[in-house]
Structure formats: structure tokens, C-alpha cells
Design a protein around this ligand. Structure first.
Ligand SMILES: NC(=O)c1ccc[n+]([C@@H]2O[C@H](COP(=O)([O-])OP(=O)(O)OC[C@H]3O[C@@H](n4cnc5c(N)ncnc54)[C@H](O)[C@@H]3O)[C@@H](O)[C@H]2O)c1
Length: 374
């Protein structure tokens, strides 16, 4: 198959959808890889690295015009809509349930679009979102520690303390992938860490794997009110699948917090779990409300593209190989996780939540293609 890798043109997007190592794997399997010139630059991969891996460097027109399977990181921007076309399979983060113009552009073009974020295993895991949650969680603890510094508006506390001086306290709301990874780094820095979750099974698991290095506590409004008063850093990491994040920290609760404490609301991409949180960018990541620093960067992994690109490719490559080796129809017949990723097939919306969100027609994928039943 002819696989294209497009350069990301969204502002401050430095990731690329395939590393030279990934390109090499695909070339070895007999595929042709076209990489748009300078696509890897933001992630420290030069065109020459791709050429050494057996890929060809091409122009933007050629990568979009000649690829059968096009790999990207972010959804197409408006200027890319005219490049969408019949016969192309696009594999990228799409998030089209929240983007009607893009949904319509995909439908009208007759393209096939597979969304990273809806590839879902039978046990309801999201393998192509998980690596970004791992990165965001780890960054959250780093950001919390950093913005505690006095010149940056923080309390002026070293999160890990020193011998003879107590460390700071980190409160993690939600102990899923983000929360676990935030906790790991906070523990590594020497902080005292408490995780609040609603799932007793999840807390049992965290307790086992972190073997007593964190306290796990059942999440409730009363518990949040009392834990937040002691916290130097609060990390918002809750997720209720398919819904906006619940507002666990209200404006009133900020009054009981220590001045200069830091809130990192990682759940900001789902609306945030802190009432006073609003999305920020890597350029201007923090603001203060009632003396509390708020860090609410909506695309945290974008700040560390070298790590994010590699982590993303590690997760996507097995699916890319499946599509390339078998063709999309046979690949989805063979793999139900990948089938759940198909949002649009040849211009027909095959993901019910997307059709419902925009009041457009829904066609079940199994009406168009044979799917695996086991
Ligand atoms: N800002 C970013 O750059 C970025 C990057 C990656 C992920 N995220 C976001 O981070 C959030 C967490 O993602 P994840 O992958 O860890 O999800 P996850 O499903 O692995 O974990 C969410 C956890 O929240 C818990 N939870 C739900 N309601 C709760 C409540 N009321 N109180 C306490 N815990 C509760 C769940 O039991 C679960 O353990 C999501 O909103 C995700 O979109 C943001």
C-alpha cells in the first residue's frame, strides 16, 4: 500500500504521525512510504532520517494526492478540506462529534476516516488515547512542582522537601491513566500523594501496584473539601466516558486552599473538573483565581513532541500495519477494535454518536462491510 505521512499545520502542533523507525517497519513489509517534506522536524526527525528508513520525501500535493492511506496526528484544518477525496483512508485523531463542519466535509468528499480516539478494545480500553494520557499525567506532576516556585506565583515550596523539611502534598482527583502517571512522578519527586477515585476496584489496583506509597480515598464532595485544604498541588484527572467532566472543585472551595497552591486540570479537554478552569495554551499556560494558580493546557502532550510522537507511533503502528497489509475492509473484518475506529466509510457516517451529534444519517458499518463476530 502507498502510505502518506502529512506535515501537521495546526498552530503549535509539532508531532508527526510516523517515526523513521515506523517507516522502516512498513517499508520492510513491502509498502511504499511517502513523507511530506519537513513533517518530522518538530519532533527532531530530519527528512534524511526518513530517507535512510526507505521512505520518499514528497510535496504536500503529492502526499495528499498519491497516498492510499494517509497518516496524521490532528484533524484536517479548513485549508485541508479541499484535499479530502474519495479513495483515501485517513487515520488520525478526529474528534468529529464536536466538529460539524469537518464532519460535513468528510461526508461530502467521500473519504474514509478512521479516528484514533474511537479505536476501542473489547474490554473498553482506548489504546490510541492511553499514551497521551500517560504523558499528560506525568507532565501534570512536573507542571505542579514547577509552578509552586515563588517567582512564578506559587507558594514557594519545594514539592519533594529536603531532609528535615516536610515535602508538599499532591491531591489527584481520578486515579485512571492520567492520575496514576501523575502519582508516579509526584512520588518520584518525593511528594506525599493522595488519590481520590469513585471506583473501589481501581483504588484496590492502585493500592496493590503502588504498594502503600500513596493514600487512596473514596471521592465525595465532603472528602474533596477537606483534602483540598491541605494540598499544595491538585491534579484534576477524572473522566466519565462520553460526558463532560463533573465539576468536582467549585469556586467556593478555592477559599479553603492555601494561597499559591497550584491546580493542574488535565480534564480541561472534557470541560475541566474545576469550576474556575478554562483552557490555556503552552504559550501562556497559567492564570490565577483567588490566589490559586490554574494550569489548564488542553494539549499537554504537544509540549513534548519527541516523546509524544514516539509514544503515538508505538501505539498506532500495529493498526497501520493491519490496514496496510490487509486493506481497510479485511482489516476491520479481522479486528473489532479497529472497526470501532471507523467514523466515516466512503462518505457515510458509521459511528452513531457522530451522526447523532449533528443530526446526520447513520449507517452501521456492518451494513457496508462484513465484520468479525468473535
Ligand atoms: N489536557 C490534556 O492534554 C489531556 C491529555 C490526555 C488526557 N486528558 C484528559 O484527562 C482526563 C483523564 O483521562 P484518563 O485517560 O486518565 O481517563 P481514565 O478513564 O483512565 O480515568 C478516569 C478516572 O476518573 C475516575 N472518576 C470518574 N468520576 C470521578 C469522580 N467523581 N471522582 C473521582 N474520580 C472519578 C474514574 O473512576 C477513573 O478511574 C480525561 O478528561 C482526558 O480527556 C487530557
Amino acid at each position: 500500500m502507498r502510505i502518506g505521512v502529512a506535515r501537521e499545520i495546526k498552530s503549535h502542533e509539532y508531532r508527526v504521525a510516523l517515526t523513521p523507525a515506523g517507516a522502516r517497519e512498513l517499508v520492510q513489509r513491502g509498502h511504499e512510504v511517502l513523507v511530506e517534506s519537513t513533517a518530522g522536524e518538530g519532533s527532531a526527525f530530519a527528512d534524511a532520517d526518513y530517507v535512510r528508513a526507505g521512505a520518499r520525501i514528497v510535496s504536500v500535493d503529492d502526499v495528499w494526492g498519491h497516498a492510499e492511506l494517509l497518516l496524521k496526528v490532528k484533524e484536517p484544518t479548513v485549508s485541508e478540506y479541499p484535499r479530502l477525496r474519495e479513495g483515501l483512508v485517513l487515520f488520525t485523531y478526529l474528534h468529529i462529534a464536536a466538529d460539524e463542519p469537518l464532519t460535513r466535509a468528510l461526508v461530502e468528499s467521500g473519504i474514509t476516516a478512521v479516528a484514533y480516539e474511537t479505536v476501542e478494545t473489547d474490554d473498553r480500553k482506548l489504546p490510541l488515547l492511553a499514551p497521551m494520557s500517560e504523558i499528560a499525567g506525568r507532565l501534570a506532576a512536573q507542571a505542579g512542582a514547577y509552578f509552586l516556585e515563588k517567582p512564578l506565583g506559587g507558594r514557594g515550596l519545594l514539592l519533594g522537601g529536603v531532609p528535615g523539611v516536610a515535602p508538599g502534598r499532591v491531591l489527584v482527583l481520578g486515579g485512571g491513566i492520567v492520575g496514576y502517571n501523575a502519582a508516579i512522578i509526584a512520588i518520584g519527586l518525593g511528594a506525599q500523594v493522595t488519590i481520590l477515585d469513585r471506583s473501589i476496584d481501581r483504588m484496590r489496583h492502585l493500592d496493590e501496584i503502588l504498594s502503600g506509597r500513596v493514600s487512596t480515598v473514596m471521592s465525595s464532595t465532603l472528602q474533596i473539601e477537606s483534602s483540598i485544604a491541605d494540598a499544595d498541588v491538585v491534579i484534576g484527572a477524572v473522566l466519565v466516558p462520553g460526558a463532560r467532566a463533573p465539576k468536582l472543585v467549585t469556586r467556593g472551595m478555592l477559599g479553603v486552599m492555601k494561597k499559591g497552591a497550584v491546580i493542574v486540570d488535565v480534564a480541561i479537554d472534557q470541560g475541566g473538573c474545576v469550576e474556575t478552569a478554562r483552557p490555556t495554551t503552552h504559550d501562556d499556560p497559567v492564570y490565577a483565581v483567588d490566589g490559586i494558580t490554574h494550569y489548564c493546557v488542553a494539549n499537554m502532550p504537544g509540549g513534548v513532541p519527541i516523546t509524544s510522537t514516539k509514544a503515538l507511533t508505538n501505539a498506532t503502528l500495529p493498526y497501520v500495519e493491519e490496514i496496510a497489509d490487509l486493506g481497510l475492509a479485511r482489516a476491520v473484518a479481522h479486528d473489532r477494535s479497529l472497526a470501532r475506529g471507523v467514523n466515516v466509510l466512503e462518505g457515510k457516517i458509521t459511528y452513531d454518536a457522530v451522526a447523532e451529534a449533528h443530526g446526520l444519517e447513520y449507517t452501521p458499518l456492518e451494513d457496508l462491510l462484513p465484520l468479525a463476530t468473535v
